[in-house]
Design a protein around this ligand. Sequence first.
Ligand SMILES: Nc1ncnc2c1ncn2[C@@H]1O[C@H](COP(=O)(O)OP(=O)(O)OP(=O)(O)O)[C@@H](O)[C@H]1O
Length: 273
Amino acid sequence: MVCAGGTDMIRFESVTKVYDQKSRPALNDVDLEIDRGDFAFLVGPSGSGKSTFLRLILREDRATSGSVYVAGKNVASVPSWRVPRLRRGIGVVFQDFRLLPNKDVFGNVAFAMQVIGRKRHAIRETVPEVLKLVGLEGKERRLPHELSGGEQQRVAIARAIVNKPGILLADEPTGNLDPATSVGIMNILDRINQNGTTVVMATHDDDIVNSMRRRVVELDNGSVVRDESAGEYTAMIPIVNADGTRELRPAKGTVPAAGGQAIAPFDTEEDEL
Ligand SMILES: Nc1ncnc2c1ncn2[C@@H]1O[C@H](COP(=O)(O)OP(=O)(O)OP(=O)(O)O)[C@@H](O)[C@H]1O
């Protein structure tokens, strides 16, 4: 992808997204830059705005105010007929894999190249390379229902990267997988990132965030409440100090200031932290 200016691959400038005037904004005045080659986790309680953040990058939705730049381009100024081209530079992986059930492993990955008009020889050359990268050699002719969850997610990742996007967005990619399988998926995402792809991953998986020690951006109620370069999954909770002032502190190991008290942490449940 061509980047018009700076090193940022994704830039949010004062971005607010309101779906419904009667509700609070899904994103509220978010300023954030994600550099080319970064690996950033997006964490935060359910409803904090993670999926909305990803949808705005893909221009599946438009910001109510503010600007979203992808590779230097303001996505709001991309005409509708050019949106497919914008999305071609962005691979996406979801929690529920979303494979084509009647196509085999090779066919699912090849399809992503066919729809953009790649030639048969390019497909025959590239698909095996990508399947090797995700550890699926020898499984080319299996149908999705003949694969484990982890293998299905590998196919989804292969499909997402086969056109060599500059950005890979992953929305809870390990949400349906057991811990050991999740580690395998994270190793693949890490390798893809080391090959130069910018990766943004929304997750509730604290073990994974804590083992990777990459950038962590935490959203709460649509606002960025934490941005650390080698962060942990320490969700922030609101503290009321003795003088009545409020502040956010890490949930783990938080001791309220003398006379203060920790108040109930939003709608986060223990299993989501
Ligand atoms: N299409 C929509 N129409 C109306 N409100 C929406 C829509 N999509 C999301 N919202 C609201 O916007 C807020 C942010 O939702 P979003 O899906 O971005 O959160 P999230 O952090 O991804 O949550 P989760 O972890 O549960 O996936 C929520 O209050 C949600 O109800």
